[in-house]
Write a protein that binds this ligand. Structure first.
Ligand code: FE2
Length: 370
């Protein structure tokens, strides 16, 4: 039996309409001044930002200039606001991008080193960051628990993570009702990311009995809930199920990590400026085809739990994606350089995927996903 270590030290609140009570309970952690980060103005327009601000008993400095692939320039601006105003905490409110930006800002506000250096040189993080409060509004990333802030430097053409225990949020507040009005594309792409976390952590070298249990549960939930949402976006029960699956996959992202698709998506995201989920969808048929050569039983179980029809792994997943009208290739996402050039941009730990040992596998996966 494989021994394992488990870190579940983010205090979590989960439930419909749980935010007001949660921020009241966390008043001390949030402090008298907080920096609130969102991705654009959508949540403001929906009234969610004003509602949250009314619940916070703190002075709130609001920064909404974060884009889908948070760039170091945007984060530098957030850090500047945080430093100038001596904030006590950072709240990331939104999808994974807002939460990742909040994490990076919480590192940068207490540090004199430029945030890009942490990304490029993979420097050791400060011992303490500011407290990070993550309030996700999509069901996908698990960023409210994970210990990585995924950010980009457009100038240096690099997208990677600032990683460390201190980057994991102090508090995660997950209210599924925020996801109730998400449009179809966001619902499907973030929903696929939940599945990707479950599938990749299940195949990962680091997988253990605890993480496997969480993966199985999440894959079964996605297999039921995502096709339901593809037909009816107002299926609130399916939304709640997806929020839960997304959240528990935060533990696997944090403790186990992912496999090759997550490493290979980042260059696609940087070059095409498309979402994380969109790139993953394009990579999955090829990855499942080759992963099944090193992990045949695991890939079979994943596809069975998801409810896919019988066939070759790549056909099973493509058919499932087609059933929801979300199958696509990399070239559908925009102009991209050659497979070799994309492969040169891949970074991060590849050793968590047994498949990474195969010759030329990254170029092969890109080529077959074009
Ligand atoms: Fe992901």
């Amino acid at each position: 039996m494989k021994s394992y270590q488990l870190s579940m030290n983010t205090r979590t609140y989960f439930g419909n309409k749980c935010v007001e009570e949660a921020v009241k309970k966390e008043k001390k952690i949030i402090g008298s001044k907080t920096l609130l980060i969102t991705t654009g103005t959508a949540l403001k327009e929906l009234g969610f930002v004003d509602e949250l601000v009314s619940w916070l008993k703190s002075e709130v400095f609001y920064y909404d200039k974060v884009t889908a692939n948070p760039d170091v320039d945007e984060i530098r601006n957030a850090i500047k606001i945080g430093k100038e105003n001596h904030v006590n905490s950072v709240i990331g409110f939104g999808g994974g991008s807002a939460i990742d930006a909040a994490k990076a800002a919480a590192v940068g506000i207490v540090s004199d080193i430029d945030i890009e250096q942490y990304l490029i040189q993979e420097l050791i993080l400060p011992v303490d960051t500011l407290p990070i409060i993550a309030i996700p509004t999509t069901a996908g990333t698990g960023a409210e628990l994970s210990k990585g802030a995924i950010i980009s430097s457009r100038e240096k053409k690099k997208k990677s993570g600032i990683r460390g225990e201190n980057v994991a949020p102090t508090v995660a507040i997950v209210d599924p009702t925020y996801t109730f009005k998400l449009p179809l594309t966001v619902t499907m792409e973030t929903g696929f990311d939940v599945f990707a976390h479950a599938a990749e952590s299940y195949c990962a070298v680091k997988a253990d009995m605890f993480s496997e249990m969480l993966s199985e549960k999440s894959i079964k939930i996605v297999g039921e809930a995502l096709p339901r949402l593809a037909k009816n976006l107002d299926d609130h029960e399916a939304r709640e199920m997806m929020s839960f699956a997304s959240h528990i996959m935060g533990y696997n992202v944090k403790n186990i990590g992912n496999c090759l698709p997550h490493r290979l998506q980042y260059p696609i995201g940087v070059v095409t400026e498309t979402s994380h989920g969109a790139g993953l969808i394009a990579l999955y048929p090829a990855w499942m085809k080759y992963e099944s050569t090193v992990n045949p039983m695991r890939i079979k179980r994943i596809l069975d739990w998801l409810g896919c029809e019988e066939g070759r792994p790549e056909d099973r997943i493509r058919k499932w994606l087609n059933g929801m009208n979300i199958a696509r290739n990399i070239t559908d996402l925009g102009r991209v350089p050659s497979a070799e050039e994309l492969a040169d941009m891949v970074s991060g730990n590849l050793k968590n995927d047994k498949l990474a040992d195969e010759d030329n596998i990254i170029v092969t996966l890109y080529k077959e996903s074009m």
